[in-house]
Design a protein around this ligand. Structure first.
Ligand code: RFL
Ligand code: PHB
Length: 396
């Protein structure tokens, strides 16, 4: 089999890239290790920046998102028993975010791909990338017990943090930067109305909590937990009880609990690979970087990587120019590091760090108090949360 772009991974990065390429008449085959249902069962991100919304529109898959997504112009921060609103809309000259689950976005992309008859191979095992340092790269994989070969012009490594693409890059050509946090997030999804119209980020003496949502009838809550906690040990009752201890009276009065639809623990990590290009293989999304979820940036960064990569590939095919693909890594990394910094910083001020003493808690409270009472402080949070402009740092 032959294609122009072999895309490894049918997560949001791979599917979005596939859709954008198809709209420009560029062929791609998506190879995914799991089944489609498995991919859709992973509950992850929930907040889209405007750039991600625009990209879904550009890919022609924004219809349901606009119908069902919830526009949020702000969020609450709760610390020291006090609630403060970050009015993102007012602080950024009218920008908002949209609450629309990664599961829904992925489903929209999968459905559009299937409807257009675009090739996706699910349950492709033992995917291996070859000769990407030449002009004739290819991918091998096993499907239904048969070894297959896919020849291509380019390989897009959209295969997440545990994928094969980054692992296949020559060790001498790659630099990795990593910080692992000493706690995880325990998440619970339930068919209960959200406790508040907007999200609430909580810094409590018992640790971080987040009240998020997927719709007017579906809630997503998170608790900071020690890495040693086991998911089996967290009953639904224990979760709700602990959440109550981290919320204020107003939220507790409105909190409606119910059985969990899903519950999982995710470790928190900051991670960046440099560069994101190895000859004719590119890394995009979680394959190249991970942020702690505090800033809601993971999915949005994946989307902007894809935008930069798509622009480069389109330029290559339409204008016979390599300028775009040559700039991909540099352009994407500049945006990635800005989001990495924000996510690290926001994590730092919102969580309890087990090895820090009481003075760290005092510093945190003083910093949060400063931020919430300073227009510049609030704007710093707001402009990063809604997403920095794509041309940030490039303006005169
Ligand atoms: P994905 O979604 O991990 O998709 C990669 C796909 O590649 C497949 N794959 C392979 N396919 C073929 N051969 C191989 N050898 C393969 N190896 C892997 C995988 O099966 C998978 O389908 O990466 P992508 O597309 O770059 O999308 C990135 C986002 O998923 C990610 O940034 C966010 O979900 C991060 N993230 C969160 N972000 C937020 O903004 N808010 C959140 O609340 C949030 N929660 C999370 C998260 C990521 C998590 N991970 C990665 C464990 C919670 C978790 C648990
Ligand atoms: C979510 O709804 O899953 C979510 C929202 C905001 C975050 C992280 C996760 O910062």
């Amino acid at each position: 089999m032959r294609t122009q772009v072999a895309i490894i991974g049918a997560g949001p990065s791979g599917l979005l890239l596939g859709q954008l390429l198809a709209k420009s008449g560029i062929d791609a085959v998506v190879l995914e290790r799991q089944t489609g249902d498995y991919v859709l069962s992973r509950i992850r991100a929930g907040v889209l920046e405007q750039v991600s919304i625009d990209l879904m529109d550009e890919a022609g898959v924004g219809e349901r998102m606009h119908k069902e997504g919830l526009i949020h112009g702000g969020f609450d921060m709760l610390f020291g028993g006090q609630r403060h609103r970050v009015n993102m809309n007012a602080l950024t000259g009218g920008k908002n975010v949209m609450v629309y689950g990664q599961t829904e976005l992925t489903k929209d992309l999968m459905d559009a791909r299937a409807a257009a008859g675009l090739p996706t191979v699910y349950e492709a095992s033992n995917v291996q990338v070859h000769d990407f340092d030449t002009t004739a790269p290819y991918v091998t994989y096993v499907k239904d017990g048969q070894e297959q070969r896919l020849d291509c012009d380019f390989i897009a490594g959209c295969d997440g943090f545990h994928g094969v693409c980054r692992a296949s890059a020559p060790r001498s050509a790659i630099k990795e930067f990593e910080k692992v946090y000493p706690f995880g997030w325990l998440g619970l999804l339930s068919d209960t109305p959200p406790v508040h119209e907007e999200l609430i980020y909580v810094n409590s003496p018992r640790g971080f909590a987040l009240c998020s949502q997927r719709s007017k009838t579906r809630s997503r809550y998170y608790l900071q937990v020690p890495l040693t906690d086991k998911i089996e040990e967290w009953t639904d009752d224990a979760f709700w009880q602990e959440l109550r201890l981290r919320l204020d009276d107003e939220a507790n009065e409105r909190l409606i609990t119910g059985p969990s639809l899903e519950k999982s623990i995710a470790p928190l990590r900051s991670f960046v690979t440099e560069p994101l290009r190895f000859g004719r293989m590119f890394l995009a999304g979680d394959a190249g970087h991970i942020v702690p979820p505090t800033g809601a940036k993971g999915l949005n960064l994946a989307a902007t990587d894809v935008k930069y990569l798509f622009n480069g590939l389109r330029e290559y095919y339409e204008e016979k120019s390599e300028a775009g693909i040559d700039r991909y890594s540099e352009l994407a990394l500049a945006r990635i590091w800005r989001a990495e910094r924000f996510s690290w910083w926001f994590t730092q001020i919102m969580h309890r760090f087990p090895d820090d003493g009481p003075i760290a808690e005092k510093f945190q409270n003083a910093e949060l108090d400063y931020l919430m009472h300073s227009e510049s402080g609030l704007r710093t949070i707001a402009e990063n949360y809604v997403g920095l402009p794509l041309d940030f740092g490039q303006q005169a």
